[in-house]
Design a protein around this ligand. Structure first.
Ligand SMILES: Cc1cc2nc3c(=O)[nH]c(=O)nc-3n(C[C@H](O)[C@H](O)[C@H](O)COP(=O)(O)OP(=O)(O)OC[C@H]3O[C@@H](n4cnc5c(N)ncnc54)[C@H](O)[C@@H]3O)c2cc1C
Length: 378
C-alpha cells in the first residue's frame, strides 16, 4: 500500500478550505493551518455574499475554469447538504464600445454562454432599479448566482475534516522553508512540521509570508455599504446581483436579510493595506462620497444613507489575474494568491487544481495564463 502524500494547506479561507476538501477527498494526509478559523471576516471573504458569473470581464481563459467551478459548487452542495449557492442570474453593465464589454460579448458568442443583451429600454422595463447611461448595455448572465462565502468556507473545511484532514485553528504559520532532503518545513509558534508539499493560500497576507513573489500583489482595503431600497422591490421581484464597469466600477447584491442591497467599489477606489493585521475596519463618513454619487446617478431608488458598513481586504495584481501554480524554482510549494476581487466564484475549481498540483505535480486544467511568473493579460 502506498503512503499518502502529506500536504500542508496554509490558510483555510476561500481557496484553502476548498483545497483541503479536494486533497482529503483524494486520499492525501492534509494538515491545515489558519491564523483564525474557517468563516472569519478579517480577510477577503467576509460580507455574506459573493457573485458567481460566467460573464467574466477579463481573459476568455476563465471560461473553462468557471465551468469547472460551476460543477464543483454543485458537488460541494450535494456532499455537504448545504445551500451555498443560489442561481439568480447576474447583470453586467457597461459602455457597449468599451474593450471589456466587447470581449465579454465575443467570449459569450464563441463559448455559447447563456447571455441576453438588454438595451436601455428593456433594462428599464425589467429592472427599473437601475439607470443605464447613453451608449451603455446590460448583459443578463443566466448562469449568475449568489454564493454565501462564510457558509461555503465552513462547509468545505468541515467536509475536509470529515474526510480525515486536520486543521490547526488560530495557528499562524511564520515561515515555510524547503527541507534538507526534500519536502517543506512549516514553522509555527508551536513547532515545526515536515510535509511533502505546501499549498499557500493566505490571501491578503501573501506578502507577509512570501515576500518577493515574481508578480506584485497589491493589498487593498475594500469597503462595502448596505442600503435600503425606497421604492422598487429588489427581492420578491428577483433583481439579480450586478457588476458595472462604467461610469462607476462597482458591484452590488440584494442581501440575504431580504431588506438591504450591498454595494462595493473597484480596487482603484481603495486604500492600500501595508500591514494586514492592522486593517482599519472602521469606515469613516468621508469615505462614502462615491457611494452617494453612484446611488444618485445609477440607482436613485436606494437610500444613500447606509444602514451598515464593513471593511475587508483583497490582493490585486496588475493584470487582474491571480498567481496560480508552483513557486518558481520550488517544486514542493504551490501558491494561489492575488485573486483581484473576483476569485471567490472560482474557489472550488482552485481547490481541485491545488490538489492536482500538490499530488500529481501538474494539472490538465488550463491555468498557463495564471502561472506565478506570467505577466498575463487584462
Ligand atoms: C468585499 C469583497 C467583495 C468581493 N466580491 C466578490 C464577488 O462578488 N465574486 C467573486 O468571485 N469574488 C469576490 N471577491 C473576491 C474574493 O472574495 C477573493 O478573491 C477571495 O476571497 C480570496 O480568497 P483567498 O483564499 O485568497 O483569501 P482569504 O479568503 O482571505 O483566505 C486567506 C486565509 O489565510 C489565513 N492566513 C493568512 N496568513 C496566514 C498564516 N501566516 N498562517 C495561517 N493562516 C493564515 C487567513 O486567516 C485566511 O483565512 C470579493 C472580495 C472582497 C474583499
Amino acid at each position: 500500500m502506498s503512503i499518502p502524500k502529506r500536504v500542508a494547506v496554509i490558510g483555510s479561507g476561500s481557496m484553502g478550505s476548498q483545497a483541503m476538501w479536494r486533497l482529503a477527498a483524494r486520499g492525501a494526509e492534509v494538515i491545515g493551518y489558519d491564523r483564525y478559523a474557517p468563516g472569519h471576516d478579517r480577510g477577503a471573504a467576509g460580507g455574506e455574499t459573493r457573485i458567481f458569473r460566467a460573464a467574466h470581464l477579463g481573459d476568455a481563459g476563465y471560461v473553462p475554469l468557471l465551468r469547472l467551478a460551476d460543477r464543483m459548487w454543485e458537488q460541494l452542495q450535494q456532499e455537504t447538504g448545504s445551500p451555498l449557492r443560489r442561481r439568480s442570474g447576474c447583470l453586467v453593465m457597461g459602455e457597449a464600445a468599451a474593450p471589456s464589454m466587447r470581449l465579454l460579448l465575443a467570449t459569450s458568442t464563441t463559448h455559447q454562454l447563456d447571455h441576453e443583451v438588454l438595451d436601455r429600454e428593456e433594462l428599464a422595463r425589467r429592472y427599473p432599479q437601475h439607470r443605464l447611461p447613453d451608449g451603455h448595455i446590460a448583459v443578463l448572465d443566466r448562469l449568475g448566482a449568489v454564493i454565501r462565502p462564510e457558509a461555503s468556507i465552513q462547509a468545505a473545511a468541515a467536509r475536509a475534516e470529515q474526510l480525515g484532514a486536520r486543521l490547526h485553528r488560530y495557528t499562524t504559520v511564520r515561515e515555510i522553508a524547503p527541507a534538507a532532503g526534500g519536502g517543506v518545513q512549516i514553522i509555527t509558534d508551536h513547532g515545526t512540521d515536515h510535509v511533502d508539499t505546501a499549498v499557500v493560500t493566505v490571501g491578503p497576507w501573501i506578502n507577509t509570508l512570501l515576500p518577493g513573489l515574481p508578480r506584485t500583489v497589491d493589498v487593498r482595503r475594500v469597503i462595502c455599504s448596505w442600503h435600503l431600497p425606497t421604492r422598487h422591490d429588489w427581492f420578491t421581484g428577483g433583481a439579480p446581483p450586478f457588476v458595472r464597469s462604467t461610469p462607476h466600477d462597482c458591484f452590488g447584491l440584494p442581501s440575504p436579510d431580504g431588506h438591504s442591497v450591498k454595494l462595493g467599489l473597484s480596487f482603484t477606489r481603495h486604500l492600500p493595506v501595508p500591514e494586514p493585521e492592522r486593517l482599519v475596519r472602521e469606515v469613516r463618513p468621508e469615505e462614502l462620497g462615491t457611494f452617494r454619487e453612484l446611488i444618485h446617478e445609477l440607482m436613485p431608488d436606494l437610500n444613500p444613507d447606509p444602514i451598515r458598513l464593513s471593511a475587508y481586504m483583497e490582493g490585486y495584481t496588475e493584470s487582474g489575474n491571480p498567481l496560480v501554480g508552483h513557486l518558481p524554482g520550488e517544486d514542493d510549494i504551490v501558491v494561489m494568491a492575488g485573486f483581484s476581487g473576483s476569485g471567490f466564484k472560482l474557489s472550488p475549481a482552485m481547490g481541485e487544481i491545488a490538489a492536482d498540483l500538490a499530488l500529481d505535480g501538474t494539472t490538465e486544467h488550463p491555468i498557463g495564463f495564471l502561472a506565478p511568473a506570467a505577466v498575463g493579460t487584462v
